[in-house]
Design a protein around this ligand. Sequence first.
Ligand SMILES: NC(=O)c1ccc[n+]([C@@H]2O[C@H](COP(=O)([O-])OP(=O)(O)OC[C@H]3O[C@@H](n4cnc5c(N)ncnc54)[C@H](OP(=O)(O)O)[C@@H]3O)[C@@H](O)[C@H]2O)c1
Length: 231
Amino acid sequence: MNYLITGANRGLGLSLTEEALKRGHHVYATSRSIKDERLLQLKEQYSDQLVMLSIDVQDESSIEEAVVSLKKNSQYLDVIINNAAILNEREKTIEELDIDACAVAFDINILGAMRIIKHFLPIFHKGPRASILNISSEAASFTNAYAGDYPYGMSKAALNMLSEKLKMYLKDDGVQVLSIHPGWMKTDMGGEKAPFDPDETARMIVDLAERKTEVDSRYSFVNRDGSAMNI
Ligand SMILES: NC(=O)c1ccc[n+]([C@@H]2O[C@H](COP(=O)([O-])OP(=O)(O)OC[C@H]3O[C@@H](n4cnc5c(N)ncnc54)[C@H](OP(=O)(O)O)[C@@H]3O)[C@@H](O)[C@H]2O)c1
């Protein structure tokens, strides 16, 4: 299958790229910098399966250019993984927030995913093998709401609504649309104290994409093992 992954140069995005390649999939690994050392190493190892594309999810023209390059080679996608995100304005009270910084988080975490889907959907193979996987967070949950991480939690809640709307939009095509909480992982974002390894989460997410894991949830917001998350 053909995967498109955003933020593929580090953290969970890099683990997802490597896991999909190991399983024989073709991956369009997108990142702001395609000169990242680790991605270049993967390119050497999986030269026939990996294409690196420069995409900044805030820059719509970078997405349009990537679509043009895929179209030129008559390529299509089976799986889109919106993984790129930032976690900023941490632990600030509402009085302390920098609203411009909040706007950047919204621009990346939700509008970025919308830009990707808007432009890649025309070259997406809709059908029972296809998936749109938006990487969300338990920080989006009403049930677990806490007073902090305002732009992050709010933008991820909007991402969950985007997933639900897309699920409705694509329901007759058999496309699987999920908003996945990947667990607290040891990445630049999650920090060293996190209990989970992003490689393990990546295996579970690729299992979901391959439909090896049964999803047990009324809504698209699920845990990495396919179980329902609290809305
Ligand atoms: N880590 C956790 O514990 C945890 C928990 C819950 C949910 N998540 C979610 O899991 C996903 C992956 O997180 P992570 O821990 O791997 O984060 P990370 O280590 O901070 O990596 C974030 C990735 O997003 C990319 N990115 C940021 N802004 C971008 C932009 N404008 N355009 C393109 N790429 C951009 C970064 O690229 P650059 O290198 O160019 O900055 C990087 O590749 C995110 O959606 C996150 O919200 C993580």
